[in-house]
Design a protein around this ligand. Sequence first.
Ligand code: MN
Length: 228
Amino acid sequence: MPPVIAVAPCRTLPDYEESVRRAGGAPRILDYEADPVDRVVSWCAGILLPGGIDVDPARYGEAPHPTVAETSPARDEYEMALIRAALAADVPLLAICRGMQILNVAAGGTLVQDIPSQITTLVPHAVNVPKHAIAHEVWVTPDSLLWALMRESIEAGDALKVNSRHHQSVRRPADGFKVTATAPDGIVEAIERTGSRFCLGVQWHPENFWRSGEFRPLFEGFVAACTK
Ligand code: MN
């Protein structure tokens, strides 16, 4: 039986579901009402936190920047409770884009609210179309989980080519987390929790590459960790 991967709901589920399936997992979309978080961590083999709208800056003690227009209290609350339950139970977590941001906030870290107006950079972090367009490279920390998973694709020592559709990023990593990839401008592109079975956040969208398979090792590593 393939391991059941709980996927938090979002507006663009098909690519996440297909990426999990192709890595040997069985995705199951969560429902805020029907799936209380305590029960989710007891029946699932792992949790995938997908992309989406901004986390409410109040969650990390800041007033919203004008570009933070839309937030979802229900989503923030459910995902933060889910993350805390998963970390406490050491359930494997793969967190993508907003998923990585709320993972960091739930664990006590902060975010850059708007890269274009708050960070001086020429790196294109908002290349929206097509979804799998390579936007920039990230520099991966040797001997990290990300490094181990993606080493076949890492070029020129530490460079990995990624897509990019975000205006926010991790600012201060939460205690217990380390940054394991940055863009050339210093923007945080991956975080990992040391000591967990599998707890990885990436700022790009590996799920958009399921047809060509560039990031299949990332999903396969996640599903393998969920199988143990
Ligand atoms: Mn980026």
